[in-house]
Design a protein around this ligand. Structure first.
Ligand code: GDP
Length: 327
């Protein structure tokens, strides 16, 4: 008798993902994003089952302040990507949506045309959760998408906080979108973020804004010279583009392709991937240690006792608590 497959078993998901079934991929991503421990366990088993089919993509991080033109850029750029026979997945890191008003998703319909294209998968982000959790689920989502055959992954984030650091830790190339003439401070782009970028692309280089964009490109290119060269041997590029006019988009694609070829040739590509895995491994240990410590009943009680004391010796008491826990 034929065995009826159980829709809650890892095998069902593993087969579905490897068969490039988008509905099953979406359900697996929902499991990855869930905080429920049963879902987490199932998600882990699914990832283990598909891990041999992961890694074969180019992972592009795109960031910039709200209104810089991220979704317009991705719409335009994404069409270029699929025209080159890639399967494209667009994911978002957006832990800020409830706090800062910097939501990626907002109310508007995003990437309307791109989303209807074959070979494109667009996944809205989890809208809550701490950055560590969102980074983990986005990383695991990348793996699931790769196993489902997506070979070009865009991870988008709002440039308003720490999420761009997180995105740079799980992608191969970090693209920072900038407005011309708005000033770095206005855009909330810190120097550190600019230093992390593999390319600055000035958006909306059309109409009255074209000359301003060109001037900004020169200015940024100048500023970038003061930064240290990347370990990859790559020198940060500064380009302009218009998503509206579809100008400069092919150049961005070519530039990224150049980076890919350079880093594959000099082995930086695999080195960076390995460094990232090691970093995620340490981060996971960090988080698990903290979670276990703080969720321990006795630790919670001892913390309450310390809190109510007249005087607190921070270091000695912390050490005592930790020693007690790890004895
Ligand atoms: P996001 O918030 O970063 O995703 O930005 P959007 O893609 O939603 O764009 C914000 C605004 O800028 C919208 O009104 C777009 O129509 C406009 N915009 C985006 N790209 C361009 C462009 O290339 N040229 C011009 N002139 N306007 C653009």
């Amino acid at each position: 008798m034929k065995k009826i497959s159980n829709h809650n078993e890892p095998d069902f998901f593993i087969k579905g993902i490897l068969n490039r079934d988008v509905a099953i991929l979406s359900r697996a991503i929902t499991l990855v994003e869930s905080t429920n421990s049963t879902h987490q366990l199932l998600a882990q088993q699914i990832i283990e089952g598909v891990i041999h089919k992961t890694g074969n993509s180019f992972r592009l991080g795109v960031t910039g302040v709200p209104g810089v033109g991220k979704s317009s850029f991705i719409e335009s750029f994404g069409k270029e990507v699929v025209s080159r026979n890639h399967k494209l997945a667009v994911l978002a890191i957006d832990p800020s949506s409830t706090k800062s008003g910097g939501s990626i998703l907002g109310d508007k319909t995003r990437m309307e045309e791109l989303s209807t294209k074959e070979n494109v998968y667009i996944r809205p982000s989890p809208s809550s959760g701490d950055l560590g959790g969102v980074t983990k689920s986005t990383y695991e989502t990348i793996l699931l998408c790769e196993a489902a055959g997506y070979d070009f992954i865009i991870v988008e984030t709002v440039g308003v906080g720490q999420s761009e650091v997180a995105v740079s830790k799980i992608t191969d190339f970090f693209l920072l979108l900038m407005l011309a003439g708005a000033g770095d401070e206005l855009q909330g782009i810190k120097r550190g973020i600019m230093e992390m970028a593999d390319a600055l692309v000035i958006t909306k280089a059309d109409g009255d804004n074209l000359n301003k964009a060109k001037a900004a490109r020169t200015e940024y290119a100048h500023a970038m010279h003061l930064f240290q060269a990347h370990e990859s041997g790559w020198i940060t590029r500064t380009q302009i583009c218009s998503a509206l006019k579809n100008e400069g988009i092919v150049d961005v694609y070519s530039m990224i392709d150049e980076y890919r070829k350079l880093t594959l040739t000099n082995n930086y590509f695999s080195k960076k991937r390995k460094d990232q895995q090691f970093h995620l491994f340490l981060n996971t240990i960090d988080e698990q240690l903290k979670n276990r410590f703080y969720s321990d009943q006795s630790i919670q009680e001892q913390i309450e006792v310390i809190k109510s004391k007249e005087t607190i010796q921070p270091f000695a008491m912390a050490k005592q608590l930790l020693n007690g826990f790890f004895k």
